[in-house]
Design a protein around this ligand. Structure first.
Ligand code: DAK
Length: 258
């Protein structure tokens, strides 16, 4: 396999493991990482010896979202042409099951990435959130759609409008994730689950995934279009620039509603 810059890939018998590896930037999803992640997923998806993929980060962070530094000065049109959405569209086309093994921060695009996987195994330290509101924007990679379906309107509203974060136990309670395990075991647990699923009938697994996703995503296409339109629009506002600059300067933003 290719030598990647921002991810590490391993095979564990019939399981393909991808580790997000930008620890200094809290695994922020920049365009290189997204491209490498999707390339690796597609490679495993086409490999005869792999049945299931696992995506993980490190103990402290799964991913803290899209790279704010890369987006701060972007215009709405630049965002429209960014690598972010094509990457998320590619993950939807993966046929084999993908399990997210998460620990620590699972934020913004990081939570959207975890929700784009088919199952989520969390360490007891995991914290899930959509903090985009702090930056003057909204989730733009399916967060408003998949989160609402998973946890229901009440909790999704609090998370999207007021940066409520969910602990691992809360996330389990609201149906966002599959299991919570001690931090020493979350990756092992995900690999065990992946290996069990990988031992089953491959075609039935593929069609099972497709069918469950169909039930979950029947109205997703329209919702995603709507979400993206609003997301891009926000990059034409002063508040988005202020929100992201404030994050970079480590200060509180001053909102103008403009
Ligand atoms: N981007 C870039 N750098 C990040 C980052 C991020 N998302 N998160 C953390 N970092 C960097 C910090 O800047 C810092 O770098 P240095 O200052 O050391 O150079 C380093 O990681 C450590 O962060 P902190 O010093 O802040 O560490 P703390 O432990 O104090 O806090 C934290 C950890 C994860 C709570 C905090 O870093 C944080 O709040 N991070 C930002 C989380 C966030 O706002 N995430 C949402 C990002 S927006 C799109 C659709 C969707 C999206 C994009 C496009 N299209 C439709 C085109 C998605 C958008 C997002 O995800």
């Amino acid at each position: 396999m290719t030598n990647y810059e921002t991810i590490i890939t391993e095979t564990h018998e019939h399981v393909g493991l991808i580790r997000l590896n930008r620890p200094k930037a809290y695994n922020a999803l920049n365009s290189t990482l997204l491209k490498e992640l999707m390339d690796a997923l597609e490679y495993f998806d086409h490999s005869d010896s792999i049945g299931v993929m696992v995506i993980t980060g490190n103990e402290k962070v799964f991913a803290a979202g899209a790279d704010i530094k890369q987006m701060t000065d972007a215009s709405a049109v630049e965002m429209l042409h960014s690598e972010f959405i094509p990457a998320f569209d590619r993950i939807r086309k993966i046929k084999k099951p993908i399990i997210a093994a998460v620990s620590g921060w699972v934020l913004g695009g990081g939570n959207e990435l975890a929700m784009s996987c088919d199952m989520i195994i969390a360490s007891e330290t995991a914290k899930f959130g959509q903090p985009e509101i702090n930056l003057g924007i909204i989730p733009g990679a399916g967060g408003t759609q998949r989160l609402t379906k998973a946890v229901g309107k009440a909790i999704a509203m609090e998370m999207v409008l007021n940066n409520r974060t969910l602990s691992a136990d809360e996330a389990l309670h609201y149906g966002l994730i599959n299991r919570v395990v001690p931090v020493e075991r979350y990756l092992e647990e995900a690999l065990d689950l992946a290996s069990e699923v990988a031992s089953r009938a491959p075609l039935a697994i593929q069609l099972g995934k497709e069918s469950v996703n169909h039930a979950f995503e029947s109205f997703l296409e329209d919702g995603l279009k709507d979400e993206r339109r609003s997301f891009y629009f926000l990059f034409a506002t002063e508040d988005q620039k202020e929100g992201m600059k404030a994050f970079n300067d480590k200060r509180k933003p001053l909102w103008k509603g403009k």
